[in-house]
Write a protein that binds this ligand. Structure first.
Ligand code: GLN
Length: 498
Protein backbone atom coordinates (compact mmCIF):
# COMPACT_ATOMS: atom_id res chain seq x y z
CA UNK A 1 0.00 0.00 0.00
CA UNK A 2 1.64 3.25 1.14
CA UNK A 3 4.44 4.20 3.44
CA UNK A 4 3.13 5.91 6.58
CA UNK A 5 5.50 8.84 5.99
CA UNK A 6 3.62 9.85 2.82
CA UNK A 7 0.28 10.25 4.62
CA UNK A 8 -1.11 13.38 6.26
CA UNK A 9 -2.73 13.13 9.69
CA UNK A 10 -6.11 13.48 8.04
CA UNK A 11 -5.32 10.63 5.63
CA UNK A 12 -4.23 8.35 8.46
CA UNK A 13 -7.43 9.00 10.42
CA UNK A 14 -9.61 8.71 7.29
CA UNK A 15 -7.90 5.46 6.24
CA UNK A 16 -8.64 3.96 9.63
CA UNK A 17 -12.24 5.16 9.54
CA UNK A 18 -12.68 3.70 6.04
CA UNK A 19 -11.12 0.38 7.06
CA UNK A 20 -8.22 0.68 4.58
CA UNK A 21 -5.93 -0.20 7.49
CA UNK A 22 -6.39 -0.53 11.24
CA UNK A 23 -4.97 1.73 13.95
CA UNK A 24 -2.95 -1.27 15.11
CA UNK A 25 -1.41 -1.63 11.64
CA UNK A 26 -0.56 2.08 11.71
CA UNK A 27 0.99 1.77 15.18
CA UNK A 28 3.08 -1.21 14.05
CA UNK A 29 4.18 0.66 10.93
CA UNK A 30 5.20 3.64 13.09
CA UNK A 31 7.14 1.37 15.47
CA UNK A 32 8.78 -0.22 12.45
CA UNK A 33 9.74 3.20 11.02
CA UNK A 34 11.17 4.21 14.39
CA UNK A 35 13.25 1.06 14.65
CA UNK A 36 14.51 1.50 11.08
CA UNK A 37 15.27 5.22 11.36
CA UNK A 38 15.91 6.24 14.96
CA UNK A 39 19.33 4.62 15.18
CA UNK A 40 20.44 7.34 12.76
CA UNK A 41 18.42 10.30 14.06
CA UNK A 42 18.47 9.46 17.78
CA UNK A 43 15.33 11.56 18.14
CA UNK A 44 13.68 9.37 20.79
CA UNK A 45 14.55 9.02 24.45
CA UNK A 46 11.83 6.41 25.07
CA UNK A 47 9.57 4.50 22.71
CA UNK A 48 6.26 3.69 24.40
CA UNK A 49 5.35 0.56 22.47
CA UNK A 50 2.81 -0.72 24.98
CA UNK A 51 1.00 2.61 25.27
CA UNK A 52 0.95 2.90 21.47
CA UNK A 53 -0.48 -0.54 20.90
CA UNK A 54 -3.10 -0.20 23.61
CA UNK A 55 -4.26 3.22 22.31
CA UNK A 56 -4.43 1.78 18.80
CA UNK A 57 -6.39 -1.23 20.05
CA UNK A 58 -8.87 1.12 21.73
CA UNK A 59 -9.27 3.00 18.42
CA UNK A 60 -9.88 -0.26 16.57
CA UNK A 61 -12.37 -1.41 19.20
CA UNK A 62 -14.26 1.89 18.94
CA UNK A 63 -14.50 1.50 15.18
CA UNK A 64 -15.62 -2.12 15.48
CA UNK A 65 -18.35 -0.97 17.88
CA UNK A 66 -19.56 1.51 15.26
CA UNK A 67 -18.55 4.60 17.23
CA UNK A 68 -17.56 7.79 15.44
CA UNK A 69 -13.76 8.11 15.52
CA UNK A 70 -11.94 11.08 17.06
CA UNK A 71 -10.37 13.54 14.56
CA UNK A 72 -6.78 12.30 15.04
CA UNK A 73 -7.72 8.65 15.54
CA UNK A 74 -4.65 6.46 15.22
CA UNK A 75 -2.28 9.27 14.17
CA UNK A 76 1.30 8.56 15.36
CA UNK A 77 2.45 11.31 17.73
CA UNK A 78 5.37 11.75 20.13
CA UNK A 79 6.13 14.30 22.83
CA UNK A 80 9.08 16.39 23.91
CA UNK A 81 10.45 14.88 27.10
CA UNK A 82 9.47 17.84 29.26
CA UNK A 83 5.80 16.77 29.02
CA UNK A 84 4.36 14.34 31.53
CA UNK A 85 2.70 11.21 30.18
CA UNK A 86 1.63 8.52 32.65
CA UNK A 87 3.50 5.32 31.92
CA UNK A 88 6.66 7.13 30.76
CA UNK A 89 9.53 8.90 32.44
CA UNK A 90 9.80 12.68 32.03
CA UNK A 91 13.52 13.40 32.06
CA UNK A 92 13.96 16.83 30.40
CA UNK A 93 17.04 15.08 28.95
CA UNK A 94 18.75 15.62 32.33
CA UNK A 95 20.50 13.30 34.79
CA UNK A 96 18.58 15.27 37.40
CA UNK A 97 15.28 13.71 36.25
CA UNK A 98 16.62 10.50 34.71
CA UNK A 99 14.61 8.20 37.00
CA UNK A 100 11.52 10.46 37.24
CA UNK A 101 8.27 8.66 36.42
CA UNK A 102 5.47 10.94 35.23
CA UNK A 103 3.06 11.33 38.13
CA UNK A 104 0.20 12.40 35.85
CA UNK A 105 -0.41 13.39 32.23
CA UNK A 106 0.08 16.98 31.02
CA UNK A 107 -3.04 18.68 29.67
CA UNK A 108 -1.50 19.15 26.19
CA UNK A 109 -0.66 15.44 26.01
CA UNK A 110 -4.07 14.42 27.37
CA UNK A 111 -5.84 16.56 24.79
CA UNK A 112 -3.91 14.86 22.00
CA UNK A 113 -4.87 11.49 23.50
CA UNK A 114 -8.49 12.63 23.71
CA UNK A 115 -8.29 13.45 19.98
CA UNK A 116 -7.41 9.80 19.40
CA UNK A 117 -3.67 9.87 18.73
CA UNK A 118 -1.39 6.88 19.17
CA UNK A 119 1.44 7.92 21.57
CA UNK A 120 4.83 6.63 20.39
CA UNK A 121 7.00 8.05 23.15
CA UNK A 122 9.22 10.86 24.34
CA UNK A 123 11.67 12.93 22.34
CA UNK A 124 15.13 14.29 22.98
CA UNK A 125 15.77 17.95 23.78
CA UNK A 126 18.39 20.28 25.16
CA UNK A 127 18.65 19.73 28.91
CA UNK A 128 15.65 21.47 30.51
CA UNK A 129 15.10 23.20 27.12
CA UNK A 130 18.17 25.43 27.48
CA UNK A 131 19.73 25.59 24.05
CA UNK A 132 19.30 25.47 20.31
CA UNK A 133 21.17 22.33 19.22
CA UNK A 134 19.85 19.40 21.35
CA UNK A 135 23.55 18.65 21.94
CA UNK A 136 23.12 19.53 25.62
CA UNK A 137 20.93 16.46 26.22
CA UNK A 138 22.57 14.47 29.02
CA UNK A 139 21.87 11.23 27.13
CA UNK A 140 22.88 11.65 23.49
CA UNK A 141 22.72 14.20 20.70
CA UNK A 142 20.03 14.08 18.00
CA UNK A 143 21.03 14.18 14.35
CA UNK A 144 19.48 16.30 11.61
CA UNK A 145 17.74 13.91 9.17
CA UNK A 146 18.88 16.04 6.21
CA UNK A 147 22.53 15.53 7.20
CA UNK A 148 23.25 13.41 10.25
CA UNK A 149 26.56 15.21 10.87
CA UNK A 150 24.52 18.31 11.71
CA UNK A 151 22.36 19.44 14.64
CA UNK A 152 18.58 19.40 14.30
CA UNK A 153 18.36 22.69 16.19
CA UNK A 154 16.73 22.90 19.57
CA UNK A 155 15.65 22.77 22.14
CA UNK A 156 12.83 20.66 20.58
CA UNK A 157 15.35 18.97 18.29
CA UNK A 158 14.04 15.45 18.89
CA UNK A 159 10.54 16.59 17.93
CA UNK A 160 11.72 18.23 14.68
CA UNK A 161 13.97 15.31 13.72
CA UNK A 162 11.32 12.65 14.40
CA UNK A 163 8.86 14.48 12.14
CA UNK A 164 11.44 15.26 9.43
CA UNK A 165 12.57 11.63 9.31
CA UNK A 166 8.97 10.40 9.09
CA UNK A 167 9.11 8.55 12.41
CA UNK A 168 5.87 10.21 13.55
CA UNK A 169 3.24 12.35 11.83
CA UNK A 170 3.03 15.03 14.53
CA UNK A 171 5.23 15.91 17.52
CA UNK A 172 4.73 18.40 20.32
CA UNK A 173 7.49 20.78 21.29
CA UNK A 174 7.79 23.75 23.61
CA UNK A 175 9.04 27.22 22.72
CA UNK A 176 10.40 29.69 25.28
CA UNK A 177 12.62 31.63 22.89
CA UNK A 178 12.32 29.78 19.58
CA UNK A 179 12.59 26.10 20.48
CA UNK A 180 9.81 24.99 18.15
CA UNK A 181 10.36 27.37 15.22
CA UNK A 182 14.16 27.16 14.96
CA UNK A 183 14.44 23.33 14.88
CA UNK A 184 11.46 23.24 12.50
CA UNK A 185 13.37 25.56 10.18
CA UNK A 186 16.60 23.54 10.43
CA UNK A 187 14.80 20.23 9.81
CA UNK A 188 12.43 21.35 7.04
CA UNK A 189 9.16 20.88 8.92
CA UNK A 190 6.32 23.16 10.04
CA UNK A 191 6.55 24.28 13.67
CA UNK A 192 4.11 26.58 15.43
CA UNK A 193 4.43 28.52 18.66
CA UNK A 194 0.86 29.47 19.52
CA UNK A 195 0.01 32.67 21.37
CA UNK A 196 1.12 32.65 25.02
CA UNK A 197 -1.79 31.09 26.90
CA UNK A 198 -3.38 29.38 23.90
CA UNK A 199 -2.20 25.94 25.05
CA UNK A 200 -2.12 24.83 28.68
CA UNK A 201 1.32 24.44 30.26
CA UNK A 202 0.01 22.18 33.05
CA UNK A 203 2.27 19.15 33.34
CA UNK A 204 5.04 20.63 31.19
CA UNK A 205 8.25 21.18 33.17
CA UNK A 206 8.60 24.97 33.52
CA UNK A 207 11.57 26.92 32.10
CA UNK A 208 10.49 30.57 31.82
CA UNK A 209 6.89 30.71 32.95
CA UNK A 210 6.10 34.07 31.33
CA UNK A 211 7.52 32.85 27.99
CA UNK A 212 6.86 29.08 27.72
CA UNK A 213 4.36 27.82 25.20
CA UNK A 214 3.59 24.34 23.86
CA UNK A 215 2.97 23.84 20.15
CA UNK A 216 2.78 21.29 17.33
CA UNK A 217 5.21 20.27 14.58
CA UNK A 218 4.29 18.40 11.42
CA UNK A 219 5.15 18.00 7.74
CA UNK A 220 2.10 19.98 6.67
CA UNK A 221 0.38 23.15 7.87
CA UNK A 222 -2.87 21.16 7.85
CA UNK A 223 -1.45 18.64 10.35
CA UNK A 224 -0.37 21.47 12.62
CA UNK A 225 -3.84 23.06 12.37
CA UNK A 226 -5.46 19.73 13.27
CA UNK A 227 -3.16 19.47 16.28
CA UNK A 228 -4.18 23.00 17.30
CA UNK A 229 -7.81 21.87 17.24
CA UNK A 230 -6.90 19.06 19.62
CA UNK A 231 -4.69 21.18 21.91
CA UNK A 232 -7.31 23.87 22.39
CA UNK A 233 -10.37 21.60 22.58
CA UNK A 234 -12.18 22.23 25.85
CA UNK A 235 -10.78 25.77 26.12
CA UNK A 236 -9.38 27.13 29.37
CA UNK A 237 -7.59 24.60 31.56
CA UNK A 238 -8.34 25.22 35.21
CA UNK A 239 -4.89 23.82 36.11
CA UNK A 240 -3.08 26.64 34.25
CA UNK A 241 -4.29 30.08 35.24
CA UNK A 242 -2.65 31.65 32.15
CA UNK A 243 -4.51 29.39 29.74
CA UNK A 244 -7.18 31.07 27.62
CA UNK A 245 -10.16 29.71 25.77
CA UNK A 246 -8.80 29.37 22.21
CA UNK A 247 -11.08 26.50 21.26
CA UNK A 248 -12.00 26.94 17.59
CA UNK A 249 -11.70 25.12 14.27
CA UNK A 250 -8.24 26.03 12.98
CA UNK A 251 -9.02 24.26 9.70
CA UNK A 252 -12.03 26.42 8.90
CA UNK A 253 -10.09 29.28 7.28
CA UNK A 254 -6.93 27.43 6.33
CA UNK A 255 -7.43 27.74 2.59
CA UNK A 256 -8.88 31.26 2.60
CA UNK A 257 -7.38 33.65 0.07
CA UNK A 258 -4.82 36.17 1.33
CA UNK A 259 -5.67 38.52 -1.56
CA UNK A 260 -5.17 42.11 -0.39
CA UNK A 261 -4.01 41.03 3.08
CA UNK A 262 -0.87 42.66 4.41
CA UNK A 263 2.49 41.02 5.13
CA UNK A 264 5.17 43.05 6.89
CA UNK A 265 8.86 42.79 6.11
CA UNK A 266 11.71 44.48 7.99
CA UNK A 267 14.47 45.30 5.47
CA UNK A 268 17.01 46.23 8.15
CA UNK A 269 16.62 42.79 9.73
CA UNK A 270 17.78 41.09 6.57
CA UNK A 271 21.07 42.93 6.90
CA UNK A 272 21.62 41.35 10.33
CA UNK A 273 25.13 40.14 10.96
CA UNK A 274 25.48 36.39 10.48
CA UNK A 275 22.49 36.05 8.15
CA UNK A 276 23.65 33.93 5.24
CA UNK A 277 22.95 34.85 1.60
CA UNK A 278 20.91 31.70 1.03
CA UNK A 279 18.63 32.50 3.98
CA UNK A 280 18.23 36.05 2.66
CA UNK A 281 17.34 34.64 -0.76
CA UNK A 282 14.82 32.26 0.82
CA UNK A 283 13.10 35.21 2.51
CA UNK A 284 12.81 36.97 -0.85
CA UNK A 285 11.34 33.80 -2.31
CA UNK A 286 8.82 33.61 0.56
CA UNK A 287 7.81 37.25 0.09
CA UNK A 288 7.43 36.72 -3.66
CA UNK A 289 5.30 33.63 -3.04
CA UNK A 290 3.00 35.50 -0.68
CA UNK A 291 2.80 38.42 -3.13
CA UNK A 292 1.93 36.03 -5.96
CA UNK A 293 -0.90 34.74 -3.75
CA UNK A 294 -2.22 38.32 -3.62
CA UNK A 295 -0.70 39.63 -0.40
CA UNK A 296 0.53 43.20 -0.19
CA UNK A 297 4.10 43.41 1.10
CA UNK A 298 4.60 46.36 3.45
CA UNK A 299 7.77 47.56 5.17
CA UNK A 300 7.47 47.77 8.94
CA UNK A 301 9.90 48.30 11.79
CA UNK A 302 10.42 46.79 15.22
CA UNK A 303 13.02 49.28 16.48
CA UNK A 304 13.62 47.60 19.84
CA UNK A 305 13.99 44.09 18.46
CA UNK A 306 17.77 44.44 18.52
CA UNK A 307 17.55 44.49 22.31
CA UNK A 308 15.47 41.34 22.54
CA UNK A 309 18.44 39.01 23.02
CA UNK A 310 19.78 41.07 25.90
CA UNK A 311 16.33 41.24 27.52
CA UNK A 312 15.60 37.54 27.04
CA UNK A 313 18.94 36.38 28.40
CA UNK A 314 18.14 38.29 31.58
CA UNK A 315 14.45 37.39 31.94
CA UNK A 316 14.68 33.72 30.95
CA UNK A 317 17.57 32.77 33.28
CA UNK A 318 15.87 34.60 36.18
CA UNK A 319 12.68 32.63 35.63
CA UNK A 320 14.65 29.41 35.09
CA UNK A 321 16.58 29.94 38.32
CA UNK A 322 13.39 30.25 40.29
CA UNK A 323 11.66 27.33 38.50
CA UNK A 324 14.61 24.95 38.83
CA UNK A 325 15.03 25.60 42.55
CA UNK A 326 12.53 22.76 43.05
CA UNK A 327 15.16 20.24 41.94
CA UNK A 328 16.75 20.18 45.36
CA UNK A 329 17.90 16.57 45.61
CA UNK A 330 15.01 15.79 47.95
CA UNK A 331 11.72 15.96 46.13
CA UNK A 332 12.49 14.90 42.57
CA UNK A 333 14.89 12.78 40.64
CA UNK A 334 18.59 12.51 41.33
CA UNK A 335 19.70 12.28 44.95
CA UNK A 336 23.37 12.28 45.85
CA UNK A 337 24.05 9.24 48.06
CA UNK A 338 25.91 9.24 51.37
CA UNK A 339 25.55 12.91 52.34
CA UNK A 340 25.89 13.92 56.00
CA UNK A 341 23.62 16.97 55.90
CA UNK A 342 20.61 18.15 53.94
CA UNK A 343 22.57 21.14 52.63
CA UNK A 344 25.29 18.85 51.33
CA UNK A 345 22.75 16.54 49.73
CA UNK A 346 21.04 19.42 47.99
CA UNK A 347 24.18 21.08 46.72
CA UNK A 348 25.88 17.86 45.55
CA UNK A 349 22.70 16.57 43.90
CA UNK A 350 22.50 19.83 41.95
CA UNK A 351 26.21 19.84 41.19
CA UNK A 352 26.10 16.31 39.79
CA UNK A 353 22.54 16.27 38.40
CA UNK A 354 22.70 19.35 36.17
CA UNK A 355 24.83 19.76 33.04
CA UNK A 356 26.96 22.79 32.20
CA UNK A 357 24.36 24.92 30.43
CA UNK A 358 21.68 24.28 33.07
CA UNK A 359 24.17 25.39 35.72
CA UNK A 360 25.20 28.45 33.70
CA UNK A 361 21.58 29.59 33.35
CA UNK A 362 20.83 29.13 37.04
CA UNK A 363 23.97 30.90 38.21
CA UNK A 364 23.18 33.74 35.83
CA UNK A 365 19.63 33.94 37.19
CA UNK A 366 20.82 33.86 40.80
CA UNK A 367 23.25 36.68 40.13
CA UNK A 368 20.79 38.81 38.16
CA UNK A 369 18.17 38.59 40.90
CA UNK A 370 20.56 39.50 43.69
CA UNK A 371 20.12 42.75 45.55
CA UNK A 372 21.63 45.76 43.79
CA UNK A 373 21.94 43.82 40.52
CA UNK A 374 18.23 43.17 40.11
CA UNK A 375 17.45 46.85 39.57
CA UNK A 376 20.10 47.25 36.91
CA UNK A 377 19.25 44.18 34.81
CA UNK A 378 15.94 42.49 35.59
CA UNK A 379 14.04 45.74 35.94
CA UNK A 380 15.65 47.17 32.80
CA UNK A 381 14.82 43.98 30.88
CA UNK A 382 11.18 44.25 31.92
CA UNK A 383 11.11 47.80 30.54
CA UNK A 384 12.61 46.60 27.25
CA UNK A 385 9.90 43.92 27.22
CA UNK A 386 7.26 46.67 27.34
CA UNK A 387 8.94 48.54 24.48
CA UNK A 388 9.15 45.42 22.28
CA UNK A 389 5.50 44.62 22.94
CA UNK A 390 4.55 48.18 21.98
CA UNK A 391 6.60 47.90 18.76
CA UNK A 392 4.60 44.84 17.75
CA UNK A 393 1.32 46.54 18.57
CA UNK A 394 2.25 49.39 16.26
CA UNK A 395 3.38 47.03 13.49
CA UNK A 396 0.24 44.91 13.73
CA UNK A 397 -1.77 48.09 13.22
CA UNK A 398 -0.28 48.13 9.72
CA UNK A 399 0.01 44.44 8.77
CA UNK A 400 -1.60 41.07 9.51
CA UNK A 401 1.64 39.11 9.84
CA UNK A 402 5.38 39.79 9.74
CA UNK A 403 7.76 37.67 7.66
CA UNK A 404 11.34 36.95 8.78
CA UNK A 405 13.77 34.06 9.07
CA UNK A 406 13.51 31.62 11.97
CA UNK A 407 17.29 31.10 11.99
CA UNK A 408 20.10 33.17 10.45
CA UNK A 409 21.71 30.02 9.00
CA UNK A 410 20.91 26.45 8.01
CA UNK A 411 21.79 23.59 10.38
CA UNK A 412 25.45 23.52 11.46
CA UNK A 413 27.70 20.59 12.27
CA UNK A 414 27.68 19.13 15.76
CA UNK A 415 30.13 21.04 17.91
CA UNK A 416 30.76 23.76 15.29
CA UNK A 417 29.54 26.49 17.65
CA UNK A 418 30.93 26.09 21.15
CA UNK A 419 30.69 29.63 22.51
CA UNK A 420 27.37 29.89 24.38
CA UNK A 421 27.09 33.60 23.52
CA UNK A 422 27.30 32.80 19.81
CA UNK A 423 24.39 30.37 20.22
CA UNK A 424 22.38 32.99 22.11
CA UNK A 425 22.92 35.52 19.30
CA UNK A 426 21.48 33.09 16.74
CA UNK A 427 18.11 33.35 18.55
CA UNK A 428 17.69 36.90 17.22
CA UNK A 429 14.62 36.15 15.06
CA UNK A 430 12.56 34.07 17.45
CA UNK A 431 12.90 35.57 20.91
CA UNK A 432 10.96 38.83 20.53
CA UNK A 433 7.84 36.84 19.68
CA UNK A 434 7.94 35.12 23.10
CA UNK A 435 8.73 38.39 24.83
CA UNK A 436 5.57 39.92 23.36
CA UNK A 437 3.45 36.74 23.79
CA UNK A 438 2.51 36.68 20.09
CA UNK A 439 2.08 33.66 17.81
CA UNK A 440 4.66 32.48 15.26
CA UNK A 441 5.23 29.66 12.83
CA UNK A 442 8.09 28.39 10.68
CA UNK A 443 7.22 26.95 7.27
CA UNK A 444 9.80 25.20 5.04
CA UNK A 445 10.47 27.35 1.99
CA UNK A 446 13.29 25.73 0.04
CA UNK A 447 16.61 23.96 0.21
CA UNK A 448 19.44 26.47 0.43
CA UNK A 449 21.17 27.18 -2.87
CA UNK A 450 24.61 26.77 -1.27
CA UNK A 451 24.05 24.10 1.37
CA UNK A 452 21.17 22.03 -0.01
CA UNK A 453 19.70 22.09 3.51
CA UNK A 454 16.17 23.17 4.44
CA UNK A 455 15.35 26.81 5.23
CA UNK A 456 12.15 27.89 6.96
CA UNK A 457 10.43 31.24 6.78
CA UNK A 458 8.88 32.50 9.96
CA UNK A 459 5.56 34.29 10.08
CA UNK A 460 4.65 36.14 13.27
CA UNK A 461 1.13 37.28 14.11
CA UNK A 462 -0.59 39.20 16.89
CA UNK A 463 -1.72 37.47 20.07
CA UNK A 464 -4.80 35.30 19.56
CA UNK A 465 -4.65 35.55 15.76
CA UNK A 466 -3.42 31.97 15.55
CA UNK A 467 -6.03 30.90 12.99
CA UNK A 468 -5.14 33.82 10.72
CA UNK A 469 -1.44 32.96 11.11
CA UNK A 470 -2.21 29.45 9.86
CA UNK A 471 -4.01 30.85 6.80
CA UNK A 472 -0.86 32.78 5.82
CA UNK A 473 1.30 29.74 6.59
CA UNK A 474 -0.86 27.61 4.32
CA UNK A 475 -0.60 30.20 1.52
CA UNK A 476 3.17 30.21 1.93
CA UNK A 477 3.28 26.41 1.94
CA UNK A 478 1.25 26.28 -1.27
CA UNK A 479 3.68 28.66 -2.96
CA UNK A 480 6.79 26.70 -1.92
CA UNK A 481 6.08 23.09 -2.78
CA UNK A 482 7.86 21.57 0.26
CA UNK A 483 4.58 20.23 1.71
CA UNK A 484 4.89 16.77 3.23
CA UNK A 485 8.61 16.40 2.61
CA UNK A 486 10.52 13.71 4.47
CA UNK A 487 14.34 13.92 4.58
CA UNK A 488 15.40 11.90 1.50
CA UNK A 489 17.77 9.49 3.29
CA UNK A 490 14.87 8.36 5.52
CA UNK A 491 11.83 8.37 3.23
CA UNK A 492 10.32 4.91 2.88
CA UNK A 493 12.73 3.20 5.35
CA UNK A 494 10.48 0.86 7.32
CA UNK A 495 6.94 2.02 8.07
CA UNK A 496 5.23 0.34 5.11
CA UNK A 497 1.47 -0.09 5.59
CA UNK A 498 0.54 -3.49 4.26
N1 GLN B 1 17.55 28.95 22.36
C1 GLN B 1 16.79 29.58 23.39
C2 GLN B 1 17.44 29.33 24.74
O1 GLN B 1 18.43 28.63 24.77
C3 GLN B 1 15.37 29.12 23.38
C4 GLN B 1 15.10 27.87 24.13
C5 GLN B 1 13.66 27.51 24.17
O2 GLN B 1 12.83 28.09 23.49
N2 GLN B 1 13.35 26.56 25.03
O3 GLN B 1 17.00 29.83 25.74
Amino acid sequence: MANLDTLSARQVAAGIAAGDFSATEVARAALDAISARDGQTQAFLQVSEELALSAAAATDAARAAGQALAPLAGVPVAFKDNMNLLGTRTTCASRMLEPYESAYTATCVQRMLDAGVTPLGKLNMDEFAFGSTTDSSAFHPTNNPWDVARVPGGSSGGSAAAVAAGEVTIALGSDTGGSIRQPASLCGVVGMKPTYGAVSRYGVVAFGSSLDQVGPMGRRVEDVALAMNALTAGGHDRFDSTSQNCDQDYLAHLDDSIEGRRVGVIPALLQAEGLTPEVRAAMRQAADGLAAAGAVIVEVDLPNMANSIAAYYVLAPCEAFSNLARFDGVRYGYQEPGCATLAEQSSLSRAHGFGAEAKRRQMLGAYLLSSGIYERYYLAAQKVRTLITADYQRAFGQVDVILMPASPTVAWEHGAISDPAALYLADVFTISNNIAGNCGISVPVCLGADSGLPIGAQLQGPAFADAQLLTFARALERSCGMEGSVAPAFAGKGGELR
